[in-house]
Design a binder for this molecule. Structure first.
Ligand SMILES: [Zn+2]
Length: 123
């Protein structure tokens, strides 16, 4: 992120996709020099064009509030969830075949991109 200098976002919010925009993120940070809050929205329109909205100070807060209902999860939340064992965020399914008492059973797991998995059902 950028204000008086280049600095790292304090948190990044991943926003839900709309009919028009995908890969939507809202970065929030505080300028280390002037301490002002900075918010930056980046999203990609269906035709590939970038849309950016950048605000600082009180307007950064307005920008964040405008999109708060679209937040699916945040980077911080995600890092926190990594410590837990439940899949978080984007999930995908994995079926594993196991033998229990000589009978074959299929175990279905939900996995995420952070190495967490959860047994959903055994069929
Ligand atoms: Zn600044």
């Amino acid at each position: 992120m950028r204000h008086c200098c280049q600095f790292k976002a304090d948190d990044i919010y991943y926003l839900k996709e709309t009919n028009l925009y995908v890969k939507r993120t809202l970065s929030i940070g505080f300028c280390p020099i002037c301490q002002k809050p900075v918010a930056e929205l980046v999203e990609i329109r269906f035709d590939g064009a970038f849309n950016r909205d950048y605000q600082f100070g009180i307007k950064a807060n307005d920008l964040a509030m405008k999109y708060k209902d679209d937040i699916v999860y945040s980077m911080k939340e995600c890092n926190y969830q990594k410590l837990k064992s439940k899949p978080f965020g984007w999930r995908y399914g994995v079926n594993k075949s196991v033998k229990i008492n000589g009978k074959e059973k299929i175990k279905q797991y939900a996995c995420d991109f952070y190495g967490n998995k959860e047994l959903i059902k055994t069929a």
